[in-house]
Design a protein around this ligand. Structure first.
Ligand SMILES: NC(=O)c1ccc[n+]([C@@H]2O[C@H](COP(=O)([O-])OP(=O)(O)OC[C@H]3O[C@@H](n4cnc5c(N)ncnc54)[C@H](O)[C@@H]3O)[C@@H](O)[C@H]2O)c1
Length: 337
């Protein structure tokens, strides 16, 4: 059985990846200090994969404890999720983002080099494309300077990795540029757990539907798109999780690869609202607000490389994701009652 270090493995994408890894015969060693997660996710994980993984409550910025962990296990691969992820929050507290997202990455990369770990997978984001000239972006589409400190941490994260690979080729790295992960595990045992008001659309929608939030605000309906709202490439989180497992099977002479992790199709905010109403049978109260600073009009992935080289493509539909997210939200609400 192969040991895989999963930093941030109690988080949204990390926890789904832990499930996929166990299903494929890997042994995930999760490191997470639960700063953005909770024991609810660990309970869900234990229900789903029993003792198929191990958990360490540690901070990836603490180099001494990370070094001890690398001494304790022989890792065959490292998947690095641990980071903060809110665009808005990062504008309020840029130092917090630069400190956590970059120091955590530097620590883990240095240990991968020192302990000769053969494979490293980095959580990047389509935010590295900034506002692109073309709506459909390829991995070779030029990167643009991001709008937020959060975006910069992903942009710089890729730069740090490229620089490391320029001098020494210590291991194979895959930078996975996620588009918009949504949904939850179909069991309803794990899912997205935003702290405070959600930044992402789907938890905002589901929390409005339960009455936890009074109304959904759509940020602008005057964009140059068919219905005036922004278009994004929404991809089921279980598909995103599977892309990480596929990354561990990936072999290529190129030591540094970048892949778009999306479906290749865009949906508008209003389309998502309508789809949610169809799937849930609920009517969503919403208002149209002003455009949100930093929101780009439209972006979706070109998925040729992830399909043909990585051997991964999204299998679930946006409807599947909405149904699973709604199931998770209802279960979570019951657990809170
Ligand atoms: N969800 C998205 O829409 C999205 C899109 C693109 C990229 N990403 C990236 O994917 C990764 C995972 O995102 P997510 O949605 O699962 O986020 P998340 O906040 O749900 O998960 C991150 C996990 O990392 C943990 N963590 C953070 N800092 C830590 C530290 N110093 N030490 C130990 N644990 C720490 C948190 O407690 C949390 O459980 C992040 O790097 C994020 O930037 C996410």
């Amino acid at each position: 059985m192969k040991n895989v270090l999963v930093t941030g493995g109690a988080g949204y994408i990390g926890s789904h990846t832990v499930v996929s890894l166990v299903e494929q015969g890997f042994y995930p060693v999760v490191v997470d200090d639960l700063r953005s997660s909770s024991s609810l996710i660990l309970e869900g994980l234990s229900t789903l994969v029993k003792d198929g993984y191990t958990f360490h409550r540690e901070d990836v910025c603490d180099l001494d404890s990370m070094t001890r962990l690398f001494q304790e296990y022989r890792f065959d691969a490292v998947i690095h999720f641990a980071a903060y992820k809110s665009v808005g929050d990062s504008c309020e507290e840029p130092l917090k983002y630069y400190h956590n997202n970059l120091l955590g990455l530097i620590n883990i990369l240095g240990l991968c080099r020192d302990f000769c770990i053969p494979k490293f997978v980095f959580s990047s984001s389509c935010t590295v494309y900034g506002e692109p000239d073309e709506k459909q972006v390829y991995e070779h589409t030029p990167k643009r300077l991001p709008e937020s400190p959060y975006g910069f941490t992903k942009w710089m994260g890729e730069q740090i990795i490229e620089d490391l690979h320029r001098n020494v080729v210590p291991f194979q790295t895959l930078c996975l540029r996620y588009f918009n992960p949504i949904g939850a595990h179909p069991s309803g045992m794990i899912g997205e757990l935003p702290k405070g008001i959600p930044n992402n659309l789907l938890p905002y929608i589901t929390q409005t539907a339960t009455g936890e939030l009074s109304s959904l605000t759509i940020f602008g309906d005057d964009y140059p798109t068919p219905d005036g709202t922004c278009i994004r490439d929404y991809v089921h989180v279980c598909d995103v999780a599977d892309a990480h497992v596929q990354s561990l099977f990936f072999s290529d002479p190129n030591p540094l690869c970048f892949f778009n992790i999306g479906t290749g199709c865009g949906s508008s905010v209003l389309e998502m609202v309508r789809l949610f109403e169809q799937v849930s049978g609920k009517t969503l109260p919403y208002t149209i607000g002003k455009r949100r600073k930093g929101d780009i009009t439209e972006i979706f992935a070109n998925v040729n490389a992830s399909k043909n080289l990585l051997g991964w493509s999204a299998k679930r539909t946006v409807e599947d994701a909405i149904r699973d997210a709604w199931n998770w939200e209802q279960r979570r609400n019951k657990t809170h009652d």
